[in-house]
Ligand binder design. Structure first.
Ligand code: CA
Length: 222
């Protein structure tokens, strides 16, 4: 899953980025409102972390503009403003949740995961297909109750496939949601990850969960 942080305090932005990257997210940063709006409109994010007080374009205007353009990406506002009026203004601009600085990363992380779940209409924090269980909060994968070890990127690819289970997902979609802006490889790098994922997930099981849809991409299905 890929996150955009729009925050002009470089230090805070870098701390949030570090925590999210350690949690397996692909993360891009924008340091003013205009850059944030541009990235939010042109790239594919699963969540936007948005400060209110920003140079060039403030977070409230940015959020309103995104919603006006029908960009549905969940927005978590993070700001030093803490009055009820500020929170109401944030949510009324189209944000989905609101946190006041300073905040604990543990709470922030829980909210990030909850917002992403909600945007995919998922009720359980554990993603399931057949006897495969993927827990994004614990970074654990089990098939038939047996733990499977994945690299962070293998995990991210599998998580994306499960969040779109029963849908055909193209290689480009996977790249756009699993790698950050600096990725300059080819989308066929995905094939390499899928080969190793298949060995670990489907190896030894008669039922194969990761299907190749020729000329299109991949699908995970029951
Ligand atoms: Ca600020």
């Amino acid at each position: 899953m890929r996150i955009l942080i729009v925050e002009d305090e470089h230090r805070l932005s870098n701390i949030i980025k570090k925590g999210l990257v350690e949690d397996g997210f692909a993360v891009d940063q924008a340091f003013d409102g205009e850059e944030g709006l541009y990235l939010a409109e042109t790239e594919q994010y699963d969540l936007i972390v948005l400060d209110i007080m920003l140079p060039k374009l403030d977070g409230l205007q940015l959020c309103k503009e995104l919603r006006r353009e029908n960009v549905k990406t969940p927005v978590l506002m993070v700001t030093a403003k803490s009055t009820t009026e500020d929170k109401v203004a944030g949510l009324d601009s189209g944000a989905d949740d609101y946190m006041t600085k300073p905040f604990s990363f543990i709470e922030f992380r829980s909210r990030v995961h909850a917002l992403i779940r909600r945007s995919h209409q998922e009720i359980s924090p554990v993603l399931k297909v057949d006897n495969l269980e993927v827990d994004p909060l614990k970074h654990s994968v089990k098939r038939g109750g047996k733990a499977i070890n994945l690299t962070p990127k293998e995990f991210a690819v599998l998580e994306f496939l499960l969040r779109h289970k029963t849908e055909v997902v193209s290689r480009t979609m996977i790249v756009e949601h699993v790698w950050d802006y600096n990725f300059d490889g080819m989308s066929n790098v995905i094939d390499v990850f899928v080969v190793s994922l298949r060995k670990k997930i489907d190896g030894g099981f008669p039922k194969k969960l990761i299907q190749t849809i020729h000329g299109v991409g991949y699908k995970v299905d029951n």
